[in-house]
Design a protein around this ligand. Structure first.
Ligand SMILES: NCc1[nH]cc(CCC(=O)O)c1CC(=O)O
Ligand SMILES: [Mg+2]
Length: 356
């Protein structure tokens, strides 16, 4: 049956009936129409496979010395470094908006840096003081502390340097002291991001020996030597003073090696394993998710954040949509938890918009 009268020209250049070689069945109507499930928003929501929630988000925060300090990181618009007093306000707001976990990173004054990362295990250092203050002000906010030497290293490396090399086992000994100082301050999870071999096992053993049986380990198991960390190193003034991190962080080309790193960290006692960065490594997230029964975290890193912010500032992309699409893609790939500088923006939308 044609919808057009013989003398009336169709509004379409060609109608299905005019197509050559189509079977009558197809001409009637396709059997399968996936578009049927996309017709209206309520239906799209019913068949949605991946739903991002505020419970998936971990909010990374930069902390600095001083009083009343709030400084924007130039390469991370919208991201601030806070002195502890101002950090408490940010943590309270984040909690009110439904965020349940934060990850802390310190800006250490240059005068406190040395090659041994001595300041990293000062029981009254910036991070232990920040953890104590947060735990007192917002007790149910889960606090994750980073275990690595780079913010404390005069060399800007994640380990102790000798003769141009990063020493593994001597560094692990310092990381253990750092993790114990953080646990004593009240940290819920210590998160070794240094990529030294054997550090998860050494930290777990020491935590157990000191009675910190409930302090968990979020292991940066597959952390790549990535150029996406640039803005983070601006934020903490922690860029390597020489060389790069390729003798300890992973080669971007390797995925099977990530599974090996994950296996080792699980055997050593990790509670959660992480992939970092996220977007250029969605395949790695996916493979690790299929490989382990532990929760999988992914770090949507500073360079990934900066790219979205920069393009949005030019008016080239829609920031809110790109942010939600990005975070959803990381979850779809297999991440149970996402560290993201967008956490507060996303939480605002996810908890306040009925239809994000
Ligand atoms: N141990 C250092 C550390 N912990 C988290 C990040 C990067 C996070 C980001 O880019 O957002 C880095 C940088 C690095 O390894 O040089
Ligand atoms: Mg490892």
């Amino acid at each position: 049956m044609s919808l057009q009268s013989p003398d009336q020209k169709s509004e379409f250049p060609v109608t299905p009936e005019e197509l050559p070689g189509r079977s009558s069945q197809v001409r009637c109507s396709p059997t399968y129409r996936p578009r049927r499930l996309r017709r209206i928003e309520t239906l799209r929501r019913m068949v949605r496979e991946t739903v991002l929630t505020v419970d998936d988000l971990i909010y990374p925060l930069f902390v600095m010395e001083g009083d009343g300090q709030r400084e924007e990181v130039p390469s991370m618009p919208g991201c601030l470094r806070f002195s502890i007093d101002r950090l408490l306000d940010e943590v309270k707001t984040a909690r009110e908006w439904g965020i349940g976990a934060i990850a802390l990173f310190p800006l250490i004054p240059h005068s406190q840096k040395d090659n041994l990362g001595t300041e990293s295990y000062n029981p009254d250092g910036l991070i232990p003081r920040a953890v104590r203050a947060i735990k007192q002000a917002v007790p149910d906010m889960l606090v994750i502390t980073d275990v690595a030497l780079d913010p404390y290293s005069s060399e800007g490396h994640d380990g102790i340097v000798k003769d141009g090399k990063i020493l593994n086992d001597q560094t692990v000994a310092v990381l253990v002291k750092q993790a114990l100082a953080q646990a004593a301050a009240g940290s819920d999870f210590v998160a070794p991001s240094d990529m030294m071999d054997g550090r998860v096992g050494a930290i777990r053993e020491a935590l157990n020996a000191e009675g910190w049986i409930d302090v968990g380990i979020l292991a940066y198991s597959a952390k790549y030597a990535s150029a996406y960390y640039g803005p983070f190193r601006d934020a903490l003034n922690s860029a390597p003073k020489w060389g790069d991190k390729k003798t300890y962080q992973m080669d971007a080309a390797n995925a099977r090696e990530a599974l090996k790193e994950v296996d080792l960290d699980i055997a050593e006692g990790a509670d959660i394993v992480m992939v970092k960065p996220a977007l250029a490594y969605l395949d790695v997230i996916c493979r690790i998710k299929q490989h382990t029964h532990l929760p999988v975290a992914a770090y949507n890193v500073s360079g990934e954040y900066a790219m979205v912010k920069a393009a949005a500032a030019q008016g080239w992309i829609d920031e809110k949509s790109v942010m939600l699409e990005t975070l959803t893609s990381i979850k779809r790939a297999g991440a149970d938890l996402i560290l993201t500088y967008f956490a507060k923006d996303a939480a605002m939308i996810l908890t306040h918009d009925s239809n994000p």
